[in-house]
Every structure is written in structure tokens, then in C-alpha cells.
Design a protein around this ligand. Structure first.
Ligand code: ZN
Length: 456
């Protein structure tokens, strides 16, 4: 009985997650390897800029104007000009006015044929080639888009399409081609009206807030603001479980804007910790959980590839603490008295080209009697998960959590194209395995010496 109750609840949880209209369905495999930068064609005509944005709310306009102003003030960031481009000959408009949009330019190559120019917020930058824009067609017509990336970057994400911004589908193989030379081409039969084309369905701060509130409410707690981003957006967290002196599980997400699958895994993981099951209830009696699902809201809203509003990779700031987002979380933990000896485990969710867990080579809990070893063994018993340990040499969150807090720590990377159902079952297995193990023993009472982790 107990088991079937738990199964039913988990099924409901999964159904709710899948029903969330802003989450993508299963994604087909994108082969990321491609040879060279697409050739850039000369434009055949010059569009006029539209005086006003069609179908953009005043709120969106205000956010866009405010964020463009802020980005423009940041040295090193190329501000994205938020605008609408009108092509009367084809009855088409293109805009990047929506939150999370990224479109640097668009040129008409011929009838119904366009080159879409995409540039990152700064350079050099990781190859997370995010893009997002809206097309409006006056009448049904055929359209061909060629993607062209600045600085020789390559196309990464198969386009996701939505008419209403709520339900999304991936471009079909007959619509999207990635040629051997790296040229990415999207051919669409447009209906009259609007179509959104994004690298991934955008997950905006309000989506994180709605999810956090629903999980927190079920546990009788409320999300709280612990700081502000560069652009002044609230940084939000929620915590639940055992009392303020209990061992802590830290859960962090979305330091990098495009990483949707990492967010989906974080959600499945936290929902399993928050579930109304005997295992999870018992776990919450022993351990306190602190969840920060979105540490980089500005980067998400700006459509950045990697950085915050200043174009800084905040997962290289866990040492310098030069950014308000990382400082705010460090200070929150200090205020809570969550230092060395308090953190039983720390986990930071990301996305990359494949499923891989990065660990700290020096971490003693990787030894056969340690909690990280046991957890990895439990993961690898159920799934094909690679562990990649490396020396703590860079100021990433995982290394800071290990070097300064003494915590077993992992960067949990989910493949860009891992199907939603699969990443969700891995994430829930990860949570259930960890709940069995924590706290395995008292967390380390002193942080280990990591002399160089924050030097760079
Ligand atoms: Zn990342």
C-alpha cells in the first residue's frame, strides 16, 4: 500500500511537470559536431525599423528598455538592441522584444529567404549558442532562415517553435537541417500570425517562481528573496526540512542562462525530496534543504549565452565574489551559519552536450566508504552516468562548496537533448539515492585545504 501510494504521488508529480506548458517535450538528438562557420551572404535589401513593437506588452517593453540600458552600461557586454524589423515585400516582421530573446540582426537574401545573425553577449564565451525571436506573417507563406553566428560560433540547439508561447514543438527533420559545413537552415510554412523560434522554450523568472511557490506551499514554507541581481531582479530561494541546526543539502541551479535540461533535472530532484513519501518525510526530519533554482535571472531575461548582465560567468566567481548574485548566496549561507561542518552535500545543476557528473578529485567522500562514492555507485547501478573528477582549481560553485564548506559536491550536468522523461527519472533516482545516504555521518567539521581553487 505504502509503495503504491508513493508511486501514485510520483506519477502525479511527473504528470504535473509534464503538463507544465512551458516545459519542452522529449527532444530529438542534436549532433553538435559541425565543421565550419556558415558563409555569410550579402544582404539584398535593407529593412526599415518599425516605430513600435507589435503585440509587445508595456511590461515587456519596460523590461527590455531597462535591461538594454543596464547592459549598455556594462563594459565588455555588447548590448542587444531590442527592436522590430519589417520586410514589406514578404509581409514579415521579426522582433527580439520578448524576454529571453536573442537576435542580433536579420538580412533578406531573397524572396522569403533570410539570414539570422546571432551574437553572444560577450566574447570569448562558451559555445552555448542561444537565440530567440518572434516572426509575424501577414499571410501564409514559405520562409527559409539561415543562422549565422558571430566569432565563428556554431549552431547548437534544434529550434523550438511555438504559436502561443505556451506549447512548444521541436522543428522536424524536414524543417531543420544542420549541414556538414555547419550551416543551419530552418524552412517553415508559416501560417498568418505569430511564431516564436527559440533555442529552447524560455523558462523565465516567473516560471521559476511559480514552480518554487507550488513546491514550497506543499511543504508549508514560502520562497524568500535573499539578494538582487545586477539589474535588480530578486534572487529567490526556499528551504525546508529539519531545523536550523541540522545538516544541510544545498541545491543550486541556472547559473548559466540557456540550460533548460539542468533546470528540469533540478525540479525533478527537488520534487522527490519534497514528496509526501515515508522516505522523503524521514529525510526531511534529518536534513535541511536549501534550494536556489535560478541564480542568474538577468542572463535568462537577456537571452545571454553564459553570463549575468555584466557578461560575467558567475560560475567562475566563487572566489572573487565580484558579482552580486554569488555574493548574495555566500552571504545568505553566512547569515544562516551554514559554513564548514554544516553542509552534508552540495549539488549544482547544469546542461551540456551529455549527461556527466563533475566531482572534486580531492574529495575524501569519493573513497569507498564515502557518501559521494556510494551515491555515484547507486546512480551508475541504475543509469549510464559518467563521473568526471577533477582537481579543485577553478572558482566554480562545486569547488567552493568543497574547499570552503568541506561539503561533498557535484556539478550535475544534463545533456541538452536528454529526453524529459529520462532526465526526470534520473533526477528522481538521484534524489532517492541521496536521501538514503544523508547524512551518512556528521559533515566534515573543517574545510580541506585547496590552495589554488580561487586563484584564477
Ligand atoms: Zn552550466
Amino acid at each position: 500500500m505504502e509503495h503504491s501510494d508513493a508511486e501514485r504521488r510520483r506519477s502525479r508529480g511527473r504528470a504535473a511537470l509534464r503538463a507544465a506548458p512551458w516545459l519542452p517535450g522529449a527532444l530529438a538528438l542534436l549532433l553538435a559536431g559541425c565543421a565550419s562557420h556558415p558563409a555569410v551572404d550579402a544582404p539584398q535589401d535593407t529593412p526599415r525599423d518599425a516605430p513600435a513593437a507589435p503585440a509587445a506588452s508595456t511590461t515587456a517593453d519596460a523590461v527590455a528598455a531597462a535591461s538594454a540600458a543596464t547592459a549598455a552600461e556594462q563594459p565588455g557586454v555588447v548590448p542587444q538592441v531590442r527592436t522590430t524589423r519589417v520586410f514589406d515585400d514578404d509581409g514579415l516582421r521579426f522582433d527580439n522584444l520578448l524576454p529571453a530573446a536573442r537576435l542580433s540582426g536579420i538580412e533578406r537574401l531573397g524572396e522569403g529567404r533570410y539570414r539570422v545573425d546571432i551574437a553572444p553577449e560577450t566574447e570569448p564565451v562558451n559555445p552555448s549558442a542561444w537565440y530567440g525571436f518572434r516572426i509575424h506573417a501577414d499571410a501564409p507563406r514559405a520562409l527559409e532562415l539561415r543562422f549565422a553566428y558571430a566569432h565563428g560560433h556554431r549552431h547548437r540547439y534544434v529550434p523550438k517553435l511555438s504559436v502561443d508561447g505556451r506549447t512548444w514543438r521541436e522543428a522536424r527533420a524536414d524543417e531543420f537541417q544542420l549541414d556538414a559545413d555547419g550551416t543551419a537552415r530552418l524552412r517553415l510554412q508559416l501560417a498568418a500570425g505569430e511564431l516564436r523560434v527559440f533555442a529552447q522554450p524560455p523558462l523565465l523568472p516567473e516560471d521559476f517562481e511559480a514552480w518554487s511557490a507550488s513546491v514550497a506551499t506543499g511543504l508549508g514554507v514560502e520562497p524568500a528573496t535573499f539578494g538582487r541581481s545586477v539589474q535588480g531582479r530578486p534572487l529567490r530561494m526556499f528551504e525546508f526540512g529539519a531545523g536550523a541546526d541540522a545538516p544541510v543539502l544545498l541545491v543550486l541551479g541556472r547559473q548559466h542562462p540557456p540550460e533548460n535540461t539542468g533546470t528540469q533535472a533540478l525540479m525533478g530532484f527537488v520534487e522527490a525530496l519534497a514528496a509526501d513519501t515515508p522516505q522523503a518525510r524521514s529525510f526531511r526530519d534529518r536534513v535541511r534543504v536549501l534550494v536556489v533554482p535560478l541564480l542568474n535571472p538577468d542572463g535568462v531575461v537577456e537571452g545571454h549565452w553564459r553570463g549575468n548582465a555584466r557578461g560575467v560567468d558567475i560560475n567562475r566567481d566563487w572566489g572573487p565574489f565580484a558579482q552580486p548574485e554569488t555574493r548574495a548566496l555566500r552571504d545568505l549561507l553566512q547569515q544562516r551559519g551554514i559554513g564548514a561542518g554544516r553542509v552534508a552535500f552540495a549539488i549544482d545543476f547544469h546542461s551540456t552536450f551529455r549527461d556527466v557528473f563533475y566531482t572534486v578529485a580531492e574529495d575524501p567522500s569519493r573513497a569507498p566508504d564515502g557518501v559521494l562514492h556510494a551515491w555515484m555507485a547507486a546512480m551508475q547501478a541504475g543509469f549510464d552516468i559518467e563521473e568526471k573528477p577533477s582537481a579543485a582549481r577553478t572558482p566554480v560553485f562545486k569547488n567552493w562548496a568543497f574547499c570552503r564548506l568541506g561539503a561533498p559536491a557535484v556539478t550535475y550536468e544534463v545533456g541538452d537533448t536528454t529526453p524529459a522523461a529520462e532526465l526526470e527519472s534520473v533526477a528522481r533516482h538521484a534524489a532517492r539515492s541521496l536521501m538514503e545516504l544523508l547524512p551518512a555521518a556528521a559533515p566534515p567539521s573543517a574545510a580541506p585545504a585547496c590552495p589554488r581553487f580561487d586563484a584564477g
